[in-house]
Design a protein. Structure first.
Length: 188
């Protein structure tokens, strides 16, 4: 075994140990939903303050906004989309697996997200960190008229949310739950 192979082995060992520790840390954060989102919110505020005070990197900010909107839509969308199932039923190519009930007499099926909450948080956190890192490079500070980007993003957000709400109303699903229903004793 020469020195170069020994160095590669040590590097791989350290890399594997780092990946295990990192994954253990991620796993330990899973049950702490509110603190995770608070960290993300704080990081997003830091990013926005960086954009506001530097008065630049509007393209980076716009790209982050579009990416976060895409993540949010995946978070709101069911894993097994009833609209796609209707199309497949019409074509005779129905998929097997759980789906949302589309008729009143169908059994209850829980809402399964296309993008789970933890992956949504993790992807949003990584994207915000990358965007914050991108603000360190002046080459990415492209000159744009930011009000146009802002107006376009607001219009895109409104139209996308309108379409998503119509989809939710049409197929009668609610992606947010408040937990198990609590019943009170009657006063008889």
């Amino acid at each position: 075994m020469n020195v170069e192979e020994n160095g590669d082995t040590n590097l791989n060992t350290y890399k594997a140990a780092f990946e295990r520790r990192y994954q253990a840390w991620l796993d330990s954060t899973t049950p702490h939903v509110a603190p995770r989102w608070a960290v993300f919110g704080l990081l997003l505020v830091v990013f926005m303050l960086r954009i506001i005070f530097a008065q630049g990197w509007y393209i980076v900010c716009y790209a982050l906004g579009i990416y976060l909107l895409n993540l949010f839509l995946a978070f709101l969308t069911p894993k097994f989309d009833p609209a796609m199932e209707e199309e497949l039923d019409l074509e005779g190519e129905a998929e097997e697996g759980p789906s949302l009930p589309t008729k009143a007499d169908e059994e209850f099926r829980p809402f399964i997200r296309r993008l789970p909450e933890f992956k949504f948080w993790y992807s949003a956190l990584k994207a915000t960190l990358i965007s914050l890192f991108c603000t360190l490079f002046t080459a990415l500070d492209l000159p744009v008229f930011w009000p146009i980007l802002l107006i376009y993003f607001i219009i895109l957000f409104a139209l996308t949310m309108k379409r998503q709400l119509q989809h939710m109303l049409r197929y009668k699903y609610l992606p947010f739950t408040t937990g198990k229903k609590q019943y009170t004793k009657s006063n008889k």
